[in-house]
Write a protein that binds this ligand. Structure first.
Ligand SMILES: NC(=O)c1ccc[n+]([C@@H]2O[C@H](COP(=O)([O-])OP(=O)(O)OC[C@H]3O[C@@H](n4cnc5c(N)ncnc54)[C@H](OP(=O)(O)O)[C@@H]3O)[C@@H](O)[C@H]2O)c1
Length: 247
């Protein structure tokens, strides 16, 4: 436990489970008060909130579907109001629509673009209105933005690749305000979305150099570093936390 983020307020989309929950808990461990969103599973989000409060930090969970831009912006304004400020935005919630090209419909296309691209854009827009110098935006992308090893990933990979451009452009734009913007690309990470004991795990492990999945805490540690004062000179960067998947 460090105090690198004492006095800071963080906002994490999709913080009820998986990587988002690990990020919320780690930022709180490092001293931040945390607001997190969830889509439908209030109980899981409330459990994360309880753990953060138990550790002595303030926390709030807001139901906000990232497919709804007004809900995302409203949740950020509410969090900044309730917690008094906003310093760190983590765009973590993601849609994971896989399928062969001919089988993917416009509904999947629209959802993927809305959740994986539009929401980080809208959230960044809302968040920087509250941020001052030292602000941090960390986007959560994916290793498949750089290396497409499986068929069926066209929508998902396309959307995560868009975050590279968003991260670089916002890093350039917000640099003069001393706000950094970075992208963390996880590789296979043991969550309910992609369990380390799932049917394709052995194949996936074979694509990594380290031979195993990450834990959500492995990803959270990198997010926490980028969010900390020590990360102040890193902006517009993509950091692969993928066990060597993209080597
Ligand atoms: N796991 C991996 O191997 C892996 C690899 C590379 C990248 N990623 C990326 O990492 C991020 C997190 O993945 P994960 O594996 O931690 O997922 P996860 O275990 O499925 O957890 C998803 C979390 O996000 C929330 N969420 C999902 N869709 C949402 C939406 N439309 N609006 C608001 N909240 C939403 C869920 O809320 P509810 O609990 O209410 O459903 C839940 O809290 C995603 O962007 C994913 O693409 C994951």
């Amino acid at each position: 436990m460090s105090n690198a983020l004492d006095g800071k307020v963080a906002f994490v989309t999709g913080g009820g489970r998986g990587i988002g929950a690990a990020v919320a808990l780690r930022l709180a461990e490092d001293g931040a008060d945390v607001a997190l969103t969830f889509q439908q599973n209030r109980q899981r989000a409330d459990e994360v909130v309880d753990r953060i409060k138990h550790a002595g930090r303030r926390a709030v969970a807001v139901q906000a579907d990232s497919a709804d831009p007004a809900a995302v912006a409203g949740a950020i304004d509410r969090a900044a109001g309730e917690l008094g400020r906003l310093d760190i935005l983590v765009n973590n919630a993601g849609a994971f629509d896989l399928g062969a090209l001919e089988q993917l419909g416009l509904e999947e296309f629209e959802r993927t673009v809305a959740v994986n691209i539009r929401a980080p854009f809208v959230a960044s827009q809302a968040a920087v209105r509250h941020m001052s110098a030292g602000g941090r935006i960390v986007n959560i992308g994916s290793n498949v933005a750089e290396r497409a090893v499986f068929p069926g990933f066209s929508l998902y990979a396309m959307s995560k690749t868009a975050l590279i451009g968003l991260t670089k452009a916002l890093g350039r734009e917000l640099g003069p305000r001393a706000i950094t913007v970075n992208l963390v690309n996880p590789g296979p990470t043991d969550t309910e979305l992609n369990p380390a004991d799932g049917p394709n795990a052995a194949t996936i492990n074979g694509f990594t150099a380290l031979g195993h999945f990450a834990t959500p805490d492995d990803v959270a540690a990198t997010v926490a570093f980028l969010a900390s004062p020590d990360g102040r000179y890193i902006t517009g960067a993509t950091v692969n936390v993928d066990g060597g998947f993209t080597i």
